[in-house]
Design a protein around this ligand. Structure first.
Ligand SMILES: Cc1cc2nc3c(=O)[nH]c(=O)nc-3n(C[C@H](O)[C@H](O)[C@H](O)COP(=O)(O)OP(=O)(O)OC[C@H]3O[C@@H](n4cnc5c(N)ncnc54)[C@H](O)[C@@H]3O)c2cc1C
Length: 336
């Protein structure tokens, strides 16, 4: 049995200091970390409990009209917060499609950002090949069961996908992650927060050692009226996404002024469909235009032997999510 020490941090500086100790990790809601520890995937020596740090559990409007969501805000509280529901319904929907009510009550925003892949070969230590768990050991998923794995941005080292629903909406909304570490505070644009696997699939994000996530900032709301989060999964609830789409539009009648589309379940990070966004911007939203944009979004797809279906599924999900976003005005309860 491994000996583990437990320490409760009182403030951000104390948490960052404590994290400098060898084998130290932060613990938020614990809903991912404890599973990883029980399975022997993660073996920390010190748990730094950050849930009692004051000031990180609030949602507040920023001077520019954007929104700051503290890293310790529970997923259920973020989903149901009036400002999130009214101004960022895409994010509220994404939160509510994740996990179960009990898990959302425990899970924090910071922990959600850092939850690890659900690849079965990563979680099951009986499989000796996993470059994410044991760098250099290989990737059992390449020749194994890979129905749920990546179709975009993968590498010969790793074909795992990021499982977070919240992060797909944050990618579409151009969020910024605020962190505090030994070198001080900094911000990380969302597109740069999660990494593609390349030859270092063991590194999920651009966080430096010992950095604490303190908040997520959202730009002023532009997509409240026309937004939809679509999650396609094997079960109607309590299941990770096979494919998900966060779609947000600024509409001028039937014309798309600007579009934001991000995909989940397709890559090692939330995947922004930038080409599709550009193809829709300035166009009248017809089904032909939309289908062409969806096809372009998947033109670089490289599916595995078990998940070829994901390419067409993702295209269809984009078409459906954008149509739902276009028709959602008033239904979301959002304000433009
Ligand atoms: C059965 C089950 C089903 C699920 N289904 C879904 C789903 O459908 N969709 C979905 O999106 N998620 C799903 N989840 C995952 C769930 O959303 C995550 O477990 C949760 O969001 C993690 O948050 P946490 O606060 O519990 O993180 P923790 O487990 O406490 O921490 C996770 C990681 O983040 C680090 N960490 C935590 N907070 C910080 C911080 N502020 N700064 C730096 N590092 C930090 C920890 O050190 C750890 O490495 C599911 C989980 C379970 C168990």
């Amino acid at each position: 049995m491994d000996a583990i020490s437990y320490e409760r941090a009182g403030d951000v500086a104390g948490a960052v200091r404590a994290a400098q100790q060898p084998g130290a990790v932060f613990i938020g809601g614990g809903t991912n970390l404890l599973d990883l520890m029980k399975g022997g995937v993660s073996r920390p020596m010190r748990l730094i409990d950050i849930t009692h740090i004051g000031g990180l559990d609030t949602v507040a409007t920023l001077p520019d009209g954007g929104l700051r969501i503290g890293a310790l805000v529970r997923n259920s509280d973020a989903a149901n917060h009036a400002l999130v529901r009214e101004q960022y319904p895409l994010l509220s929907q994404a939160f509510l499609s994740g996990a179960s009510a009990q898990l959302r009550n425990m899970a924090t925003v910071g922990g959600n950002l850092l939850q690890r892949t659900r690849c079965g070969y990563f979680y099951d230590t009986a499989f000796t090949q996993c470059n994410k768990r044991q760098p250099g050991s290989g990737c059992a998923a390449l020749d194994g069961h890979n129905r749920t794995h990546a179709i975009l941005g993968a590498s010969p080292q790793c074909i795992a996908v990021n499982p977070s629903d919240m992060s797909v909406a944050l990618a579409a909304l151009d969020a910024v992650v605020r962190v505090s570490g030994p070198a001080g505070e900094r911000t990380i644009p969302f597109a740069e927060f999660h990494r593609l696997p390349g030859d270092r699939p063991d590194v999920d994000t651009s966080l430096q050692a010992g950095e604490l996530i303190t908040a997520v900032d959202l730009p002023p709301p532009r997509f409240a009226a026309n937004a939809h989060y679509l999650k396609v999964r094997d079960r109607a609830s309590y299941a990770f996404a096979l494919i998900s789409v966060a779609a947000a539009l600024q509409m001028d009648g039937a014309r798309v002024q600007s579009a934001r589309i991000a995909l989940g379940g397709v890559a090692h990070k939330p995947w922004r469909a930038s080409v599709a966004e550009q193809m829709l911007a300035g166009q009248t939203l017809t089904q032909d235009t939309l289908r062409q944009a969806a096809a372009a979004a998947l033109s670089d797809a490289r599916p595995q032997h078990d998940n070829r279906f994901k390419v067409q599924l993702a295209q269809r999900a984009i078409v459906r999510a954008v149509n739902m976003a276009a028709q959602s005005a008033g239904r979301n309860g959002g304000v433009a």
